[in-house]
Write a protein of this length. Structure first.
Length: 134
């Protein structure tokens, strides 16, 4: 996998605060990741946010264990924002040539942060997504 290939990870899913959805990509020569997310009406009504991260294999354990995660920079994460009663999640294009990663992840979680204490006041996040890596 990698050079001259296109890999796609897509699904429709529902997440509570401690649930995540992961897309794993392995290979070399990646140039770009295009990420598209569309929330459903129920997510917009519940007020749930969706956070997305992109990071290399070397940061996976840190992210999963909520310890020493070095990718807490807007270059590596973004979220949908509530605007006029709707969850707006702009498409994201990421130039992977800047990173030189072999194996990397794109993960989705119901925000604001799966490492925080659970907040039952926020609803579930229901959304569909598509990640295209070339």
């Amino acid at each position: 996998t990698g050079e001259d290939e296109e890999l796609v990870c897509e699904d429709t899913t529902t997440l509570t605060q401690y649930e995540v959805f992961e897309c794993e990509f392995t290979g070399t020569g990646w140039t770009q990741a295009d990420i598209y997310v569309q929330s459903t009406e129920s997510s917009r009504e519940s007020g749930a946010n969706i956070w997305m991260y992109i990071f290399p294999l070397e940061q996976y354990d840190s992210w999963v264990n909520c310890e020493d995660f070095e990718m807490n920079h807007p270059q590596y994460y973004w979220w949908g924002s509530d605007s006029n009663g709707g969850l707006i999640i702009p498409a994201r294009e990421i130039n992977l040539e800047n990173f030189g990663w072999g194996t990397f992840y794109v993960v989705f979680e119901r925000g604001p942060d799966s490492c925080d204490e659970e907040d039952d006041s926020l609803g579930v996040a229901e959304f569909s997504f598509k990640v295209v890596v070339t």
